[in-house]
Design a protein around this ligand. Structure first.
Ligand code: NAG
Ligand code: NAG
Ligand code: NAG
Ligand code: NAG
Ligand code: NAG
Length: 948
């Protein structure tokens, strides 16, 4: 092969790795000219790296946007075929290196790799990093080599594995399939084969970067992964850390190449805001193991500012530079990771006597503690933001995470089974203070447990645990989704005799294998084998099964673990007695339609824009078990029917016969009203539990955002538009809230004030009854006219008022509305550590409303809502000139992404609301303001108007 002059190599190397010398050469594969070919296409097209087949075909105009119309079915020929990415000749590789490596940070999924026409290796795990020594192939190549990666058809390969008589089988009806079957045989994003909120594209391709790395013996090494673990001295994953202990920094580099003798390690800790160097010291106890070098140090006397989740304090970040030098003090490797100092602990320990004395019910805890403080986790579940990760950008994720912060959320559960998140996404979460409860990619299925499979997943777990450990946003590792609470239950029902065997299989992988792998690679992060469990009984690290799960070893009246709750019987949607009582709600929800504007992004034929059009129905994937692969193919009516029922039970029936498009839009919107009200009802119920015996300390609803344009549980539509849900969740996740709890059977109405501040808060709530024309009700319907004072303790709730509506001197319940206005003074956690002066006080407000009849039964009065734009203040002014406007809804056109400062609010006649809009993206050069519209409950149908 042709060698370049040394100077050229140095230059190339230098441009990619600032501190590299000619001892190391790293070539980013994105720099090559790539092509994509397939027998299914009969031709070769230009491609990119990293990429995915669908994205290259889209860019080359061979296919249309995959999300359009029924392309999720029409493009299946892509997933059914094999595809090959081939580089041009890779020029400039030197021949004076001792080794040459191919490094892939992510290949999706089944590949066969050749270099210079010679087979290198096959891979089968999307989530692993792969390294291959190709020194010998390069030596014998004789010309500049090409690299070729063939991606096999994942659906076909897993079908073949399933047919192998040596492959495991499971009892009938246990494994959950959406569209393509047999996903449990692949280490590939499980939702690529369809989910109840998403399509099945089964994409393939080199989805993450790749490199050619050339190294010289005993000189600089190539650092392929870093595990930076920061914890309090003596900290053990499953015990609360002692906050008085100094910080320990354990740094471990995974490298390619050979280390010289006598290496030493050191770290430097730098405040990225001030540039101040906090610590610069050697690491001790340096050890070597299989391509890793590890050292440790205690930061005695160093007190970095802590990192806090949003709403609980600042997000202080530090750069930690880890340097490896040889005996002559020459640099062998140097890595900088941005990190933060915090402890995050999932407390699953038994309730103590001290807690019992506080009125907490017996059982076990299940809540998070940050820097030694328990707090209320407010948030939702994150699914993959796109079927194609290669088109998810930092911009998309910034927009999404800004919506999370604006939504008063401090935690997301990164659900399995999408993918382990990229580093840049954790970086964003570090900056914005969003805790990421992260999971290994196993969900709603039982998985093989043969040795090869376990070895494969062990490598995946170790790589990812080490890769993301330095991010202060990392909150937890969980083994998988609904394996314990759902899969074991299903298998017990299907085959009771085999149940103990499957429990053993479960423990073999999620406890005996994964728990030690987590603990060996991080001391700062807790581990739970599955999301939604009753927690554990005990931990004994010397036992074969080191965590003894509680399973259904429970006692009536005690609480343990986290809950999930899905109830599609809409008749009990607002019945508090139907909600689970537990320590933490990690999933709950109900689906709704996206807006008309979002449907219009994907449905190119206007005739399809109808509630029961076949395209809309086929995008509803919430159908009976078995999914599209079975006889239920056309039975897509289940989810549609549930949404319809939710609307019909509680809201005026959308009915605008004169305008089919407006009618469709009204239906979409009405499903969102039901969804939002149901989540609000549950969130305030769970939050109130913070002050009740269950000491409930978290609610993460299902789900934050959409993967595409379809009916789903999301609060943010594909493209970034907020559904009613995200606005309503934002409101009910405020720190101090007032909530009406109505028992519509007995007539009892209890009003609670709930606070998740860490110090007591005092304030008042003004309760006002009005009729729906906006006039005061005589004697305020029996309620005191004066504001009611309250005092709520830290992370607590208090009952403000109790009444029975059947005994109140009220007009017809269909004619009245109660408004509740809260104003309070208190302190945000860590707001002013410096002083306890008045500056540290914050005013908290919350506005609520309540009607003693469901919206469909109300005698609405035309609110005659008016909208004007105040160009000077750049704000919208909304007024109701007629009656009370319920669910007043501002809507922005396509072309702009962002959110109104407030939405879905009640407007009383005479009241003027001034509402700003936070622009996240604007393609209209500001023209969008002209196309903002307003509507309210009144506008769901024409019938309402005729009723006046
Ligand atoms: C490629 O050729 C095959 C066989 O001739 C044909 O069936 C197929 O439709 C062709 N594919 C495309 C994308 O043209
Ligand atoms: C497709 O790829 C798989 C996996 O590499 C391989 O086993 C299979 O033979 C390939 N099929 C074709 C038609 O090339
Ligand atoms: C922190 O490290 C990052 C990554 O190496 C670097 O880009 C950034 O400039 C550093 N910041 C400071 C203040 O040194
Ligand atoms: C280094 O190893 C020694 C001997 O095993 C041990 O006593 C010491 O605690 C270790 N240092 C740190 C910082 O862990
Ligand atoms: C927690 O309580 C259970 C009984 O519910 C008991 O079996 C277990 O040993 C206790 N665990 C610890 C760590 O004390």
């Amino acid at each position: 092969m042709r060698a370049l002059p040394t100077t050229a190599i140095t230059l190339l190397g230098a441009s990619l790795l600032p501190s590299a010398t000619e001892a190391q050469y790293v070539r980013d594969l994105s720099a090559e000219d790539w092509t994509l070919s397939s027998a299914a296409l009969n031709r070769t097209v230009p491609a990119r790296f990293p990429s995915q087949v669908h994205m290259d075909l889209l860019r080359e105009g061979i296919i249309d946007e995959p999300y359009n119309d029924l392309n999720d079915f029409n493009l299946r020929w892509i997933a059914d075929a094999n595809w090959t990415y081939t580089s041009g000749k890779i020029e400039g590789l030197g021949d004076d290196y001792d080794s040459t490596w191919l490094v892939f940070d992510g290949l999706d999924t089944f590949t066969s790799i050749s270099f210079c026409g010679q087979f290198v290796a096959a891979t089968n795990n999307q989530f692993r990093q792969y390294m291959f020594d190709v020194s010998f192939i390069l030596e014998g190549c004789g010309e500049s080599p090409t690299l070729s990666i063939e991606f096999g058809s994942a659906p076909k390969i897993v079908d073949a594995i399933a047919q192998d008589p040596n492959s495991p089988t499971w009892p009938e009806g246990v494994q959950i399939t959406y569209e393509y079957p047999n996903r449990w045989f692949m280490r590939k994003e499980q939702s690529d084969f369809g989910w109840d909120w998403g399509p099945a594209f089964a994409p393939a391709g080199p989805w993450k970067p790749g490199y050619v790395v050339q190294l010289k013996q005993a000189e600089r090494v190539y650092v392929r992964n870093t595990d930076l673990d920061i914890y309090r001295q003596g900290q053990i994953n499953y015990l609360p850390p002692d906050q008085s202990q100094p910080w320990v920094v354990n740094a471990s580099l995974d490298y390619l190449g050979t280390l010289p003798e006598n290496v030493s390690m050191a770290i430097e800790v730098k405040d990225i805001q001030t540039g101040e160097i906090l610590a610069s010291q050697p690491l001790t106890n340096v050890t070597f193991a299989e391509g890793s070098v590890t050292g440790i140090t205690v930061l005695d006397g160093v007190e970095p500012k802590l990192w806090w989740p949003q709403g609980l304090g600042e997000q202080n970040l530090y750069n930690v530079t880890i340097a490896v030098t040889d005996g002559g003090n020459r640099s062998i490797a140097e890595v900088t990771k941005r990190t933060g100092f915090r402890t995050i602990f999932l407390n699953q320990r038994n309730i103590t006597d001290a807690q019992l004395a506080q009125g907490i019910a017996p059982g076990a805890n299940w809540h998070f503690e940050v820097n030694g403080h328990e707090f209320y986790a407010k948030g939702s579940n994150l699914i993959p933001p796109d079927s194609f990760w290669t088109r998810v950008t930092e911009k998309t994720m910034t927009r999404l995470f800004d919506a999370v912060v604006a939504g008063n959320q401090n935690m997301l559960r990164v659900w399995s089974s999408g993918a382990y998140l990229h580093d840049y996404i954790y970086d964003l979460a570090d900056e914005k203070g969003i805790l990421l409860w992260s999971e290994f990619q196993f969900s709603d299925a039982l998985y093989p447990t043969d040795e090869a499979f376990l070895e494969n997943v062990a490598a995946e777990v170790v790589y990812n645990v080490r890769r993301v450990n330095h991010h202060p946003s990392l909150a937890l590792w969980a083994g998988g989704n609904e394996i314990e609470a759902l899969m074991l239950v299903l298998v017990e029902a299907a085959d009771p005799e085999a149940y103990p065997f499957y429990v053993g299989e479960y423990e073999k992988m999620y406890v005996s294998l994964f728990l030690p792998l987590v603990y060996e690679n991080t001391r700062s992060i807790s581990y739970s084998p599955s999301s939604t469990t009753n927690g554990y009984l005990d931990i004994d690290l010397s036992a074969a099964v080191p965590m003894a799960e509680r399973y259904d070893n429970t006692t009536e009246g005690e609480y343990y673990g986290d809950t999930d709750h899905y109830n599609y019987d809409t008749s009990v949607a607002f019945d508090y007695g139907s909600y689970p009582v537990g320590r933490f709600a990690n999933e709950f929800g109900f689906h709704s339609m996206p807006s008309l504007q979002t449907w219009q992004q994907a449905l190119t034929d206007p005739d399809d824009l109808a509630f029961n059009s076949s395209v809309v129905m086929l995008r509803n994937h919430h159908y009976p078990a078995g999914g599209l692969m079975t006889d239920n193919f056309h039975n897509t009516s289940l989810g549609m029917g549930e949404m319809t029922q939710g609307v019909l039970s509680y809201y005026p029936t959308p009915d605008i016969p004169s305008d089919p498009l407006a009618n469709f839009s009204a239906w979409c919107h009405a499903t969102q009203l039901f969804q939002a009200d149901m989540y609000k009802s549950q969130i305030q119920f769970y939050r109130r539990g913070s002050g009740l015996p269950e000491r409930q300390l978290g609610s993460l609803y299902w789900q934050l955002e959409d993967i595409w344009q379809a009916p789903s549980w999301a609060g943010i539509e594909y493209g970034g538009r907020w559904k009613v849900l995200h606005y309503v969740a934002r409101d009910i996740y405020k720190p101090v809230i007032v909530s009406p709890f109505w028992n519509y059977t007995t007539g009892a109405l209890d009003i609670y004030v709930t606070s998740d501040l860490w110090t007591p808060v005092t304030g008042t709530v003004t309760l006002t009854w009005r009729d729906l024309a906006g006039r005061p009700v005589a004697s305020n319907g029996g309620l005191p006219a004066a504001p009611l004072p309250f005092h709520v303790g830290a992370l607590n709730t208090t009952r403000l008022y109790r009444m029975n509506l059947k005994q109140q001197p009220l007009p017809r319940h269909e004619d009245v509305i109660l408004t509740l206005e809260l104003s309070a003074t208190g302190r945000l956690p860590n707001a002013a550590a410096a002083a306890d002066d008045d500056q540290a006080e914050t005013t908290f407000t919350h506005e609520q409303w309540f009607t003693p009849a469901f919206p469909k039964d109300l005698s609405l009065v035309d609110p005659r809502v008016r909208l004007t734009y105040d160009a000077e203040r750049e704000k919208f002014v909304v007024e109701a000139a007629g009656g009370v406007a319920l669910y007043t809804w501002l809507e922005h056109p396509e072309g702009v992404v962002g959110y109104f400062e407030e939405n879905a609010f009640v407007l009383v006649p005479g009241q003027k609301k001034v509402v700003g809009f936070v622009v996240q993206e604007d393609e209209t050069e500001g023209e969008w303001v002209k196309d903002v519209t307003v509507k309210s409950l009144w506008d769901l149908n024409e019938g309402g108007k005729r009723r006046v």
